[in-house]
Design a protein around this ligand. Sequence first.
Ligand SMILES: [Zn+2]
Length: 232
Amino acid sequence: MNKKIVIVAPHPDDEVIGVGGTLCQLAKDTHVVVTLVTDGRRSPSGKYFDYEMAKLGYFESKDVAEKLGCSWNYLGFEKINPENIEKISSGLENILFIEQPDEIYVPHFFDAHKTHNIVTDLTIKALRVMCKKTEIWGYEVWAPIQSRRSSDELKLVEINPEAKRELMNLYKSRFEETDFESILGLNRFRSAFRNDKQLNTGKKNSYCEMFIRLNPEYIDNPLWKEKVSSKN
Ligand SMILES: [Zn+2]
C-alpha cells in the first residue's frame, strides 16, 4: 500500500519553499495532501491590498497542487488569533483524522516565524486523533535547521532545482518580490552538509532539502515554549 503524506503549510508558498523539490518526487506515487492554514494576505512590500494577496495565494496554491497532482486542502484563515485557534485546531484534526497519514511535514521547531511555530504546535497537538503512529518531519522555511544533538534524525532528499523553480514561479505574487534563488542557495548548501553522521549525498553540484524528525514530546521542551511565547 502506498504511503499517505500530509504537508501542513502555515501560508501559501511555505510548502514550496520547504518541501517543493521533495513534493515533485513524492507526488508521483504517493497520496499527498497539501494543507494551507492561513491565506497569507500580507504583502511584504505593500504592493497588493490584503484581499488581493489572499485571492492570489488561493489560486496560486491551487495551481501548485494541480501541477503536482496533490490533494489540496485550503483552510484559508485570515490569521491566527485567540478567537479562531480552536477552529484551526479542529480543521487540522479533521484532516489528520480523515487521512491518517504515515508522514506529516511542518516547519521545524525553531523556525523564525511565529505563525509557523503556532501551526507546528497545533499540528502536533492534533496528533491525538491519529489511530496509528506517524512520522513528523520539520522542514526549513525562514530559519535553517540547526542540529543540536547527535540523537537528531536528519533526512536529506536530493531534488531537481528546475522542478522546484517551476513551482516557485507559480507563486508569482510571493516570489516576484523575493529572491527565490536564495532558497535554492540553501538547498545547494545542504547537498554538502555533514554532521557527525557524515550525512551528505556525496555528489557535487546537487541540491537537497533537509528535514529533521520532530519528537512530539519535544513540544514540552522549555526552550521551544519560551520561543513560542516570546515572539510576536
Ligand atoms: Zn510562511
